[in-house]
Design a protein around this ligand. Structure first.
Ligand SMILES: Cc1cc2nc3c(=O)[nH]c(=O)nc-3n(C[C@H](O)[C@H](O)[C@H](O)COP(=O)(O)O)c2cc1C
Length: 354
């Protein structure tokens, strides 16, 4: 099969991308301690992936409060900015492009990862009821989070604004807002986790409010053409649920159009969450920027999606882990290495840069 669509050029915001194969954000938990600082091994990792049309970095905490996993990097200190600058310089030297994924985990954390052993925060005091938190002392049960007070929400927005400024200083080409996979913004969007009775809960208009405020301050820093947003309408990872996903996400996407964002990144399939008739193409048709599809794509299914105008870009996650030169391999029709899940999170160079 020839992959003409996959290897055609396209604009993403005001960037010109050489093809359609994007590297999906992948947490690998290999940043230096103390300080959650990107290190030389991380520089080599991103360098190896720089033939992606666009690299989206691993989720990166916008603040100490936004952290939920051991060994993950941040973008809220000088040392972290300097660490990331080495990565963006290297990727740019290789003629690559790189966006940072901005992350606040909300309830998907543990007090042992928080400053002063504070209880993690969320829209409502409802605990994650599957899996465990990845802490420095091993896996621990999730705790019941503390519901954020109304007067704390401006500070959450401010955390995003400062992180967006820091990402610019670190030399990124743009940023992706992580509003997927059960983290803080997703917790506000979905009614399984948002039981608030103030202006940030209840109606769809109220539940999208925090996301809209965050996008406003980030696009003020970057301009819409350098900002993307990631959503997971049907995702159940981190024990998420939503009673009317199509209604919620149709409305969100209509509201996003005012910001002229570069792209809408949609996790269509992660951990085999049931789709239950959700129509992703409605989102694509409503959205005025590029549609980036993700989730279990192969070169063949990605080519078909692009050809049938169901997407403009396709992000690959796990395939990049074992095949940092994925675009080349797909172009040649070469065999792909299989990724080793035991090396996904934490550890050394094995399964990371070897
Ligand atoms: C090891 C690993 C780490 C991940 N880290 C992130 C992350 O930091 N941010 C995010 O939005 N999604 C993350 N994901 C989800 C992937 O971006 C992607 O949505 C998922 O793997 C499905 O795409 P794929 O079938 O091409 O791998 C992660 C997935 C894996 C396997």
């Amino acid at each position: 099969m020839k992959f003409n669509a996959l290897f055609s050029k396209e604009k993403l915001g005001d960037l010109s991308l050489p093809h359609r194969i994007v590297m999906a954000p992948l947490t690998r938990s290999r940043s230096s301690q103390p300080g959650d600082i990107p290190n030389d091994m991380n520089v080599e990792y991103y360098k190896q992936c720089s033939t992606a049309a666009l690299i989206i970095t691993e989720a990166t905490q916008i603040s100490p409060q936004g952290k939920g996993y051991a060994f993950t990097p941040g973008i809220h200190s000088k040392a972290q900015i300097q660490g990331w600058k080495k990565i963006t310089d290297k990727v740019h030297n290789e003629n690559g492009r790189i966006f940072m994924q901005l992350w606040h985990v909300g309830r998907v954390s543990h007090s042992s990862l928080q400053r002063g052993n504070a209880i993690p925060v969320a829209p409502s005091a409802i605990a994650v009821d599957e899996g465990q938190a990845f802490t420095y002392e091993g896996m621990k049960d999730f705790e019941t989070p503390r519901a954020l007070e109304l007067n704390e929400l401006p500070d959450i927005v401010e955390q995003y604004r400062l992180a967006a400024i820091n990402a610019k200083q670190a030399g990124f080409d743009g940023v992706e807002i992580h509003a997927a996979n059960g983290y803080l913004l997703d917790q506000f969007l979905k009614d399984g986790t948002n039981k608030r009775d103030d202006i940030y809960g209840g109606s769809i208009e109220n539940r999208i409010r925090l996301v809209m405020e965050v996008i406003k301050v980030i696009t003020d820093v970057w301009g819409g053409s350098r900002v993307g947003i990631r959503i997971s309408p049907t995702g159940t990872f981190n024990s998420m649920s939503e009673s009317k996903p199509q209604e919620l996400y149709n409305h969100l996407v209509e509201k996003l159009n005012q910001f002229n964002l570069a792209y809408l990144h949609v996790v269509e399939d992660f951990a085999n969450a049931p789709v239950n008739g959700f129509n992703f193409n409605v989102l694509r048709k409503k959205f005025n920027g590029a549609y980036m599809a993700n989730g279990s794509y192969t070169a063949e299914t990605a080519e078909r999606s692009l050809k049938n105008k169901l997407s403009d870009f396709v992000a690959f996650g796990v395939p990049f882990i074992a095949n940092p030169d994925l675009p080349k391999r797909l172009r040649l029709g070469a065999e792909l290495n299989q990724a080793d899940p035991t090396t996904f999170y934490g550890g050394d160079a094995k399964g990371y840069i070897d």
